[in-house]
Write a protein that binds this ligand. Sequence first.
Ligand code: FRU
Length: 494
Amino acid sequence: MNSKKLIEARAYEQEKIKEVDETLRPEFHAAVPVGWMNDPNGFSVFNKECHLFYQYHPYTTEWGPMHWGHFKTTDFVKWERMPIALAPDEIFDSAGCFSGSALEYKGEHILVYTGVIEEKDETGKKRVQQVQCIASGDGKEYKKWNCNPIITANSLPEGVYGQDFRDPKIWKHEDIFYLVVASRSEDESGQIVLYKSKDLREWKFIKILARSNNQYGKMWECPDFFVLQDKYILITSPQEMMARGMEFHNGNNVIYMSGVFDYKTCEFTQEYIRSIDYGLDFYAPQTMESQDGRRIMIAWMQSWDVNINPGHLKWNGMMTFPRELELQGTELIQKPVKEIEKYYSDSVEFHNHVLSGTTQLEGISGRALDIQIEIIEGQYQKFEMQLAHNDIYTTKCSYIPKDGTFTFDRTYSGLNRDVSCIRTMRIPERSESITIRILLDKYSAEIFINGGRQVMSNVFYTPLEAQDILFDVNGELVANIVKHKISVSECVPV
Ligand code: FRU
């Protein structure tokens, strides 16, 4: 039997969604049906389909008691809305079903997540406990197990408290289940702890896998740990980080550590730490292995620090487009999954095209497209593209070869509350030749430089009548340009 909270949330969503103008939704990005969305959760394969859950507050466009929303897809492009999977309806998760992960086991879809409990102590002060919980289901309906919570803070080493203990990522290696969870160490900065289980019910604390030591922000959130080629990758999202050069910015960041992991000792030796995405809107990524063995990552395409939702939409939040990960040396390479190509239409190509001054190119305009500009050679100080452009609005992406910098600027994208609207990243090559690929989808631009070596994800809520794309070159250059329109029919509500 589903709980009253879950039934009410599903009914509310079904009613509220009627008020949403479906034409104002992103074309190929998973966006929340109504209300608020944050982190991706439970990104996994079950019954040969890919499932994506997410942190969901259907009732307002702001964060509130967390439910798990649910999509599924067979190609990462078309997202089918599924009934809400979890509501905060038990003692162990009454203040929220926070982030977690999923896997397929013995024909069941297993979900692990953080249950949040809020209590008042003797003095009336609020006390928060975060515990790890389990549920399972058939891909549509999920049931929380009666052994919950499966992991409490009592299992943590001395001095580590239970108010920040969240976001379990589960996987299976040989016959053993493993979990990484984020917590805070005695110095109050983040750390990732590792657990093991034989049966999903009894979990044993193994060790602290990695820690911030106050070097990489405070609390670490949403860990993910997986093998990629011959290395292990630990991803986490630190809060309250301090800007460092162009690598890290103030506030919430997402970092990855590559290194070596030994299952016998459970020792992770980190070799390298870097940012994953240099844009304004990228947080809490999660990965999964696709049926054909690709490591695919998706993230919340927004940030806690700057929430720029325009207010007139009845929904607030979307995910990045899924990206295939690859490791080249220590560098994490990200590419949009190839399935996007199935949805190409109205393609145009310009070969060895000379660009100079300000131009528009025949057939290159619109708000849902995949465009690649390969600058072959040139003598120029700056190359700039203006997206979602009209007389009032514009969103700029510019490259300065001499400085090796690429900048995204949404100052004129149309939101007067958007105070942090520019971000610059470093392109180490500093070369006149560069390849810039942009996935543009109504309210977002994901920019992949030189085949995914640097990536920037950004949202901007410019009204859809701004459709032009302009090229500005301070100097002259020769480029190959390929553009494909992307058209996906509406996803069908359940
Ligand atoms: C990260 C996060 C997680 C938590 C969830 C709550 O964005 O703060 O740590 O589980 O969001 O919605």
